[in-house]
Design a protein around this ligand. Structure first.
Ligand SMILES: *Cc1c(COP(=O)(O)O)cnc(C)c1O
Length: 399
């Protein structure tokens, strides 16, 4: 079949929940993807921040192949070696004490919310605790995760959400204080908002929220599903500021292509929240996905991924800054590390569409923002190539 025929087949059977670009992706190599017609694309989206190590990484593939032949799955009524190893590695790397593996980001959020409510319930036996989340946040599509997602358009048709969620503004500590009550059990935020438009939390804000939480024994939940796993130049974004969460969520690049997420917590939360029978998942943390997690963390170290991000990210920043200077339609560049956004004064859909035709994969974050989430192995030459293609898709500067 050619690509158009595949697309027609797909449209006849897949639920139409995405306006997909008219491309069928077939295979990948490094930072490049190829469609079923053999056309090559430079990928600056990495499957929405998933493919940190790039495509077709041999060491990663071999680890997974080895585990396929050994044991793909076992239930959580038993231990398995990859889960034990992945748990040890991930807790050590994240600074947290205990981990629960999930199948997605949204499920990691669900678990984090349950842990926070249980922690508060243990203290006073009440069942009316509140959680403060941020406007413009994104935490996933399941009901719990949707309930804390601060973008009404995602929630509207699916009301009622879970109750007792209040929204504050990122980087506005007064707005957080206004939502604070005796019932508040947790504050949830992304250290760098992703879908909401690549908006970093300020260090001052994070520190103020942390102080507020400590003062009142409220749990700080950081959602690092998009900004974690090296993307900002730190394995987890909180490490930049030393603002350690009580509960941390991760997913996306955690498995670099296999569906796995996790919520992690400190010993204090673990000892006073979820216990046997409180939470579970059939697939969660099975040997296959945990082999991926363990290998990903090992390869991050062996290949000095964090150091590489710190080296190339300033180059991406300055390259994007130059574009901003050159084109009036670009209002701002913002982000951290290899998580960058260019804010336009108009919708970016057309530029992204043209870029795709020219062999460059980009994604948006909101209508007016192009989001750059390249594989973390991206080189300066790849960045130059991306800028060249992007420029060829832009209107020349108005006189
Ligand atoms: C993608 C994302 C989620 C949801 O993850 P899924 O795996 O799609 O369920 C949650 N939070 C953030 C910050 C995300 O970027």
């Amino acid at each position: 079949m050619n690509m158009q025929e595949y697309i027609q087949e797909g449209e006849s059977a897949l639920l139409h929940t995405y306006n997909r670009y008219q491309v069928v992706l077939d295979r990948g190599e490094g930072v490049y993807l190829y469609d079923t017609d053999g056309i090559k694309y430079l990928d600056f989206a990495s499957g929405i921040g998933v493919f940190a190590l790039g495509y077709n990484n041999k060491a990663y593939n071999d680890a997974l192949k080895g585990q396929i032949d050994k044991l793909l799955h076992t239930s959580n009524y038993y231990y398995n070696v990859p889960a034990i190893r992945a748990a040890k590695k991930l807790t050590a790397a994240s600074g947290m004490d205990r981990v629960f593996f999930t199948n997605s980001g949204a499920e990691a959020i669900e678990g984090a919310l349950k842990a926070a409510r249980k922690y508060a319930f243990q203290k006073d036996g009440a069942a009316d605790h509140e959680i403060i989340a941020m406007n413009h946040s994104f935490h996933g599509r399941t009901f719990g995760a949707l309930s804390v997602t601060g973008t009404p358009k995602y929630r509207e048709a699916f009301e009622p959400m879970i109750g007792n969620i209040r929204f504050a503004d990122l980087n506005d500590i007064e707005s957080v204080k206004r939502q604070l009550t005796d019932k508040t059990c947790a504050v949830l935020l992304e250290p760098v908002q992703g879908e909401g438009g690549i908006i970093p939390a300020t260090e001052a804000f994070l520190k103020e929220v942390k102080a507020l939480c400590e003062e009142r024994d409220i749990l700080l939940i950081l959602d690092e599903i998009q900004c974690g796993m090296g993307r900002t130049g730190y394995l987890f974004a909180w490490q930049r500021y030393g603002v350690k969460p009580d509960i941390l969520t991760t997913a996306k690049a955690l498995g670099c292509g296999v569906p796995v997420g996790a919520f992690l917590m400190t010993e204090k939360v673990a000892a006073n929240s979820l216990t046997a029978g409180d939470h579970g998942s059939t697939y969660g943390g099975n040997p296959f996905v945990c082999t991926a997690v363990e290998k990903v963390l090992a390869l991050f170290e062996e290949n000095h991924i964090i150091e590489h991000v710190r080296e190339v990210a300033p180059y991406l920043e300055s390259s994007l800054d130059r574009l901003k200077e050159k084109y009036d339609c670009i209002l701002e560049r913002r982000g951290q590390g290899l998580m960058q956004g260019l804010v336009f004064n108009c919708p970016v859909k057309d530029v992204i569409g043209r870029a795709l035709e020219e062999g460059l994969i980009l994604i948006n974050a909101g209508e007016n923002i192009i989001r750059f989430l390249p594989p973390l192995i991206v080189s300066k030459a790849n960045i130059d190539e991306m800028i060249d293609i992007l420029e060829s898709c832009m209107e020349p500067r108005e006189a």
